[in-house]
Design a protein around this ligand. Structure first.
Ligand SMILES: NC(=O)c1ccc[n+]([C@@H]2O[C@H](COP(=O)([O-])OP(=O)(O)OC[C@H]3O[C@@H](n4cnc5c(N)ncnc54)[C@H](O)[C@@H]3O)[C@@H](O)[C@H]2O)c1
Length: 260
């Protein structure tokens, strides 16, 4: 059974979507929860976690800011105690353009949040985990890390970069009781995804053999498992959770097929 009693988990981007579902799931498994987010709506997630009987705290923090992340981690550890579990979930999908028209500003912002963000958190937290001889890090990448995503070069590149970071963290920390794994979600029914134009949503779902979008709780349960004692020998891997959509990779890469 997944039991996280006594563990302290920090989740980035917990105001909604996968981060919020993960906060609920880890709290239900017994963990206390800290959330770092730039959206103050994360305070609501904190109240929801407290209603489950767990301790919880929220720090308004931009994960791309290394100094701010260090400060926030120190505050969390002062309030809740040393962090045992890190879920790098915060990410943006705002930079949608062909490479020829992608601005430097948008590219750098995407790198800052999707790739430097997880690096900043790992740099601030992993050494403490290693000293204490136990830790779990889960990086939320994307199926786009493998097949790319049309007109989203920055997103695909940062999510692929996150796999490289995951592997290196494993090499550095595996001998110290810390695991680091990545999850590659396909299309999951978070608020953002459900707000997609109906036509694009229908096209995307058509490519999922399971015939539906994933539920945030289904991803959160996988994260909870990877954060548990049960997953101690799973290290440095990336796990697809996509309803079988990767089997349609050739079709996904084809813009023409997406329009059919
Ligand atoms: N939903 C999907 O289908 C899907 C698929 C593959 C991968 N993912 C990945 O899963 C993660 C969560 O996805 P989601 O759909 O729940 O996204 P979302 O946009 O609903 O939530 C992202 C969260 O990150 C926070 N955030 C954004 N920028 C931040 C910053 N600079 N600092 C701190 N927090 C910040 C937002 O405020 C929000 O709470 C993302 O990394 C996303 O790329 C999602």
């Amino acid at each position: 059974m997944i039991n996280l009693t006594g563990k302290i988990a920090l989740i980035t981007g917990g105001s909604r979507g996968l981060g919020r579902a993960t906060a609920h799931c880890l709290a239900q498994a017994g963990a206390d929860i800290a959330i770092l987010d730039i959206d103050d709506q994360a305070a609501t997630t904190v109240e929801e976690v407290k209603a489950l009987g767990r301790r919880a705290t929220f720090q308004h923090t931009d994960v791309s800011d290394n100094a701010a992340v260090r400060e926030a981690v120190a505050s969390v550890e002062q309030e809740l105690g040393p962090i045992d579990i890190l879920v790098n979930n915060a990410g943006i999908v705002k930079n949608i353009a062909p490479i020829s028209r992608m601005t430097q500003e948008a590219w750098q912002r995407e790198l800052g949040i999707n790739l430097s963000g997880p690096f900043n958190l790992i740099q601030a937290i992993a050494p403490g985990m290693a000293e204490r001889g136990w830790g779990r890090i889960v990086n939320i990448s994307s199926a786009a890390a493998r097949g790319g995503l049309y007109n989203q070069a920055g997103y695909a590149a940062t999510k692929a970069g996150l796999l490289g970071l995951t592997q290196n963290v494993t090499l550095e920390y595996a001998g110290k009781g810390v695991t680091c794994n990545a999850i590659l979600p396909g299309i999951i029914g978070t608020e953002n995804v459900m707000a997609m134009p109906q036509e694009i949503f229908d096209q995307a779902v058509r490519l999922v053999p399971t015939g539906r979008v994933g539920k945030p709780a289904e991803v959160a349960n996988l994260i909870a498992f990877l954060c548990s004692e049960l997953a101690g020998y799973i290290n440095g891997v990336d796990i697809l959770i996509d309803g079988g959509a990767a089997l349609n990779t050739v079709v996904l890469g084809s813009r023409k097929a997406l329009k059919s």
